[in-house]
Ligand binder design. Structure first.
Ligand code: CTP
Ligand code: CA
Length: 224
């Protein structure tokens, strides 16, 4: 049994996965979020566990069952996600940033429910940009292999190449979320894997479980 365990491709590796869409509170009962279901990140966490890794999953709230045998940390906002990822980064060999991080948060999170006023004609919500977690981590990278995701609705390859370089990633998983069966919410996905100095590789439309295995195998091949 021991020799079988050691033969697993991620044995001894510490894998950190982020998943789900962050929630930016407007008031105690309302938030800004996005269409992420968390399924892709959960599939990566589970696949990494099956490949023998010591896995930590940092997740925004989702409707999913936590994968067995995985350390689980729940966060809400982009800020909490940033703090938690940074705290784990030193003790990480492979980071897979599948979370859909809100790019903007309300400047003020008010502590009482906002009431509508008689005669009020609409309202304006002031937003501030959140920290780009992958950009923050780029200069702190030592032994870590870092995988980012990119959800695009147009110019997939050009946008993805830019993100790969700007965030100094070892791999970028790009999906065209405007295509049926791709990206948010479904159980299938089709992705293009980009790495520095090599030709992008596009998978078939596969289950998120199979996509997760493909991503991890590609990361291992490239030195994770
Ligand atoms: N990401 C991050 N911190 C943020 C926003 C995104 O670390 N504040 C990460 C995501 O987890 C993902 C990658 O960056 O792995 C790309 O996210 P994406 O939203 O596609 O790219 P952005 O850089 O936010 O650019 P845009 O949304 O404008 O396309
Ligand atoms: Ca974004």
């Amino acid at each position: 049994l021991l020799s079988q365990t050691k033969a697993l491709p991620l044995h001894g590796k510490r894998v950190l996965v982020t998943a789900g869409g962050t929630r930016e509170m407007i008031d105690p009962v309302r938030y800004i979020s996005n269409r992420s279901s968390g399924k892709m990140g959960y599939a990566v966490a589970q696949a990494a566990r099956e490949m023998g890794a010591d896995v930590t999953l940092i997740s925004a709230p989702t409707a999913l069952t936590k994968p067995a045998g995985v350390h689980y940390v729940e966060i809400n906002s982009a800020e909490e996600l940033a703090t938690t990822v940074k705290a784990h980064f030193d003790a990480t060999d492979l980071l897979v940033m599948a979370a859909a991080v809100s790019d903007f948060r309300p400047v003020q999170a008010v502590d009482q429910k906002i009431k509508k006023q008689p005669g009020q004609n609409g309202m304006t919500l002031e937003l501030a940009e959140t920290e780009d977690i992958l950009k923050t981590l780029a200069p702190l990278k030592q032994h870590q292999f870092v995988v980012g995701f990119a959800a695009e609705t147009q110019n997939l390859l050009a946008n993805a190449e830019k993100k790969l370089a700007a965030k100094k990633l070892d791999m970028l998983v790009a999906n065209d979320v405007s295509k049926p069966g791709v990206g948010f919410n479904g159980d299938t996905n089709q992705v293009t894997l980009l790495t520095p100095n090599s030709t992008p590789v596009t998978t078939n439309l596969l289950s998120k479980q199979a996509i997760a295995q493909t991503i991890l195998k590609a990361a291992i091949e490239r030195g994770a």
